[in-house]
Design a protein around this ligand. Sequence first.
Ligand code: HEM
Length: 421
Amino acid sequence: MREVVQEGAAPPRVDPYADDFQQCPFPAYAQLRATAPVYEVPDQGFWMVTTMALVRQALRDPATFANSVHSGRRSEPPAEVVDEIAALRARGFPYQAALGLNDPPRHTRYRNLVTRAFMPRSLQWMDPLVASAATELVAELPTGNTVDIVESLAWPLPVYAISRILGLPDSWRRDIARWSDAATASLGSQVSADRWLEAERDMLDFQQRIVPELDRRRAKPTDDLLSNLVRPDPEHGALTNAELVWLVRELIVAGNETTTKLVTDLVLRLHDRPEEWSLLRTDPARAGSVVEEGLRLASPAQGMFRRVTAPTSLGGVELPEGAVVFLAYSSANRDETVFADPDAFDPGRPGVRQHVAFGQGIHACVGNVLARMEATAVLRELSAHVDRVQVVDPGGVRYTSSFFLRGIKRLPVVVHPRQEA
Ligand code: HEM
């Protein structure tokens, strides 16, 4: 692999909470890759790892780079609401790490159970549920008027899909969206005291509503995902409600924000490539490569944190035990030593799937097949019905204030329906 580190050149000063970084981190990441691929972020207590080779090296060694790390991901609640938040939390099941923030052997217990439900073979039953969600939403898109594609398509799509997959009634969709928002409110961003309280109340509401559903499935299983999750694993036994509320929350959250951000980013990317819609229509297999290239460039999960369990060296930087590293997947996905012309959108590029937008190794995204299914379904459905989705103000696009989960907040578009030839 070609080495591009510029020995001796000073790295830029990166503040992950600064708006300019959150809006467009890519030039800073490129400089970090060139000057300090393992970079100690000033005043934040963590290092950023930015090249593909080093990110993969850390992911291949989960014993040294462990997931049970809680610092850095979330901002802290303001002091004036700390007691009220503690009181709300005391009314629910205490936090228990499920997949993302867990390590073997506990992680393995959850992972076996979820992997069984999310295996590509098991996923076949999800395909019509996903396709019907995409069909419904695209059919309802107003044409000729300005519409926010986030609100009308990209956000409801994964919510509709996961509600049906879990086996929850369609009337819960708004609640699912609210719970999902609550769970991600403080991820990589600072929020007000009021928002903290609202989010905690929503999380308590989620627990109180989901527990009776779990009990019902235990008494009378159906073929939905909740029924799969309450079923005991032959090797590890059954999960309790105290464990399951946190696992279900993770399944809802992990898939919603990320898929919304991917779909929105794809719409923006295809804005100035109207020909792509007819290519997608005539060659439906193309949707797969467009989704992969969209994943690489958007990297909705911009990176993940790991905790160093024993002193180690990464890219020549000594990391002490307890050090926290942020593996910047979005930077690795634009590593010029792996992807030629890395900022260009090129679904035909060699190795289009060689990205780490879903991570790698024991924590690789358990929902990747579902996410790919959702994005592909929406592209196929749109291409069948539109000539173009025109973004109203491509220059005015703003991203969420998070260095961790990056995505477009609102994307006003005009949908131009397909004119039959
Ligand atoms: C475009 C959509 C998605 C993206 C970009 C994405 C990205 C990721 C990434 C990068 C990881 C690895 C985290 C790590 O390295 O620690 C991950 C893990 C995970 N994802 Fe996704 N994800 C997406 C959709 C989904 C969906 C649809 C679901 C489920 C319904 C899901 C559920 C999970 C879960 C449960 C984990 C934790 C796995 C573990 O730690 O063992 N994701 N995802």
